[in-house]
Design a protein around this ligand. Sequence first.
Ligand SMILES: N[C@@H](CCC(=O)N[C@@H](CS)C(=O)NCC(=O)O)C(=O)O
Length: 184
Amino acid sequence: MKARILLRQLELPYERVQVDLFKGETRTPEHFARNPDGRVPVLELDSGETIAESNAILLHLAEGTPYLPTAGLGRTRVHEWMFFEQNRIEAELAYARFLHLSGRDEQLPEVYASRLERGSDALEALDRGLSDVALYAYVHCADDAGADLQRHEHIGGWIERVEAQPGFENDLEPLPAHASARPV
Ligand SMILES: N[C@@H](CCC(=O)N[C@@H](CS)C(=O)NCC(=O)O)C(=O)O
């Protein structure tokens, strides 16, 4: 989602190709050739070369545009928050969200509780700091993880500012029904 937001902000045409990870489509030889780690997102360039890791995609697209400061402390600040996003938001809050939305929190209640606690702690850190699109993706839907966004003073206003930017569109899709671990 964050790669698509930046593509639209930069007015770069793109084609969205969906890979269903719940049907094992990320673990095929074709997909390993795109990303040896077998995950999405992957950006395929016109040259056929591929870039994995959402934040590497953002940095590649933003290079030389107003969305990324040139070398120096400004760029380092962007990197700080992008590393924070990967380590704290994605590893903890996003995983809690996946467990909660797919019903796996009922099978792994202790894992879920610990990820949610650590993810909520990361939201507090974000509330004290700053923000960008890399962080927006999993923070705007923190409620999905069972986290309480209302507890944080600044995050609501920041989400509204991100959503007010030109090119913004929330095209996040819900988890498909077959992702659920809940008995039918
Ligand atoms: N650090 C990576 C994480 C990517 C990731 O975990 N993708 C998940 C979906 S959100 C995935 O593709 N899982 C499929 C699999 O592990 O086979 C990034 O930010 O791009």
